[in-house]
Design a protein around this ligand. Sequence first.
Ligand SMILES: [Zn+2]
Length: 120
Amino acid sequence: MNCRFCKLDPKRNKMIFSTKNFVFFLDNFPIIKGHSLLAPKNHIRKESKIPKDQWSEYIELSNKAYQYIKKKYSRYPLVFINAPQDQSVKHFHKHFIPGYFGYLGVSKALTNFLKENKNV
Ligand SMILES: [Zn+2]
């Protein structure tokens, strides 16, 4: 299988931290500076498919990632998961984006995105 997130390479991907089953790293195609991703090391398609025995590890790393973004960028992150059919890499990943979207948040970001990408 040719999956970029199954073959994360520390030479090409800036790792922030990892645990036994998950990794948190900078997105190579960031929407804005600091855009980071949390992903399982194994090829999993959806959050609901994370094995039960890895769930607490996943939640702990999610919390750590959240605090990391807050501390490093002085803003709480916008956190989201694209629907499986809309993932650019078909391997589960959760986005953490330093909160630059203001109080309109996702709605504003999506409106801007759709204006700039009329063919989407
Ligand atoms: Zn994968």
